[in-house]
Design a protein around this ligand. Structure first.
Ligand SMILES: [Zn+2]
Length: 129
């Protein structure tokens, strides 16, 4: 990675720049601003993989759509490793989409079962248990 302050190369995961001493935040992906424009392969922030979100979606929401999300989030890393930035971004947004679908399905399911419980309770009336 590169120091956003002085543009010198610093080791990945470094907490601060060895050249100018500026402290990096937890996510080194700051505002995308290429002031130097010297050319090179450091253009753009890496798209997020949403892997944790996908796993959560699979465990707590909806298994089939969560698995699709996980597959897409694992594709992000592979595409980035190949240097295929467009594919990485595509897989990233696909993973995000399937996470959202999982959460929406889970919410619908909760809502539906809640409605069923309410309806059952009303239909049961006094003749129930
Ligand atoms: Zn620096």
């Amino acid at each position: 990675m590169f120091c956003p302050n002085c543009d010198s190369q610093v080791p990945n995961g470094a907490a601060f720049c060895e050249k100018c001493g500026v402290q990096f935040k937890a996510s080194p992906v700051a505002k995308k601003r290429s002031s130097g424009g010297g050319g090179g392969s450091r253009g753009g922030a890496a798209p997020p993989s949403y892997l944790v979100l996908s796993i959560l979606a699979t465990m707590f929401c909806c298994l089939p759509t969560g698995i699709v999300a996980i597959i897409n989030s694992t594709k992000v890393g592979g595409a980035l490793a190949r240097g295929d930035y467009n594919a990485a971004q595509e897989a990233s947004s696909a993973a995000m989409k399937w996470c959202v679908i999982s959460f929406v399905l889970a919410l619908l399911y909760l809502l539906f079962s809640w409605i069923m419980i309410v309806m059952k309770a009303e239909a049961g009336g006094g003749a129930g248990v």
